[in-house]
Structure formats: C-alpha cells, structure tokens
Ligand binder design. Structure first.
Ligand code: SF4
Length: 201
C-alpha cells in the first residue's frame, strides 16, 4: 500500500514492472479512456531467425516520467486499476527471478519496504511459513509463474514444430541489429484462467 513498488528506486537499479501483452492491451485501453499518459517498453523478447521477427513475451511499464512512477498510481487512493492490475503487481513483493533464458523461480523483491523492515525475521523462513505470511500474494505469484511457464512452453512447442527458430547463441551486435530491423509479434497465452490450477493454453 506504500506505493514504493509502483515507483523507480533511487540509485543505479532500474525498477522493472513486467506486464504480459494482454495485460498491456487492457492497461492501454484504460489509459485511453481515463486520458492517462501510459507508456510501455519491450522487456522479455526472443529473436525468431526463421521468420525474422522479434517475439515479445513481456513489456514493462515505463517509469521515466515526472513522478518516476506508474501513471496509474494516485497519491491519495493508490493504484487506480486495482481490479485490472497486472499479475506482477498482484503478487508483489513476490516476483519472478530469471534463472536462464527459459526458466524462472518465485523470489522476494528485497526492495519492498515491508521486506526491508522485517528482513531479520523473514530471512530464514521456510516455504510453508512464507506461504502463510504472503497468503494473498503467494497464489498470485503461482499464477504469475504458471502463466510465464505456459509462455515458455508455447515458445518451445513452436520451436519443436519448426514454426520458429530461436538461436541459442547470438552476439550482442547481431541481436541489436535484429531489434532495429525486424517486425514484432506478441506471444499470448490464450484462455489463461487465473483461478484455475489447470488452465488451458
Ligand atoms: S498497475 Fe497499480 S500496482 Fe501496478 S505499478 Fe501501476 S499503480 Fe502500482
């Protein structure tokens, strides 16, 4: 409720609030209706060398504005898109930490005020206790994780049936030239049911 998670953090660290393409569409629509200046930037992307496209799995909310924060944050009332807020926000301070190109794990954001204030008590918690403390957020983090996994699975399936080809090794120069020149395509998991443990894709 403090709003820290909705704002840029001081120092060199760049705050990242990831949103899926379908969430981005929803927020863009709300921003248009409410006349709010809302900007996003590509976040997790894969180059598809078969079709010469950049596949977008997530965007992130741009915070480089006057308030250095999410434009949906209101000083008096907090998040004004509470019922439509992205999974990353619903799960916070639980987050997804990237292990490698295709794998993520649920982690805790150490920049959250609650975590900073209670660090000594939280440091050695086991999973059951963690689930108890974050009883509202943990199921959301599981949804977030599950949706991410489905996206990765979709990418791998498209690779397996040879519809796309993601290079495992690529130079930074090559990647940057692909980013400059290629078209974009959003990768979306259809029929993802946040309330179901067995959602279909
Ligand atoms: S959508 Fe809401 S909760 Fe998420 S960063 Fe913006 S104001 Fe904060």
């Amino acid at each position: 409720m403090c709003g820290t998670c909705c704002h840029e953090v001081p120092g060199d660290y760049v705050k990242r609030i990831p949103i899926y393409p379908d969430e981005a569409d929803k927020l863009i629509e709300i921003a248009k209706k409410e006349n709010i200046e809302f900007k996003i930037v590509e976040d997790l992307v894969f180059p598809d060398i078969k079709n010469e496209k950049i596949l977008i799995l997530t965007y992130r909310i741009r915070l480089d504005n006057e308030k250095e924060g999410c434009p949906f944050y209101n000083e008096q009332s907090g998040c004004i898109v509470h019922t439509s807020k992205p999974l990353a926000c619903q799960a916070y301070p639980l987050a997804l930490k990237r292990i490698d190109a295709f794998n993520f794990e649920i982690s805790i954001d150490p920049l959250c005020n609650f975590i900073i204030q209670n660090y000594d008590d939280l440091e050695h918690l086991d999973l059951p206790k963690l689930k108890e403390i974050f009883k509202d957020e943990y199921p959301k983090a599981e949804n977030f994780y599950r949706k991410n996994k489905k996206l990765m699975f979709k990418i791998r399936k498209l690779e397996a049936i040879k519809k796309i080809e993601i290079p495992r090794k690529i130079s930074l120069d090559e990647f940057n030239s692909f980013l400059r020149e290629w078209e974009r395509e959003d990768i979306i998991v259809k029929h993802f049911n946040e309330n179901s443990l067995d959602s279909k894709s």
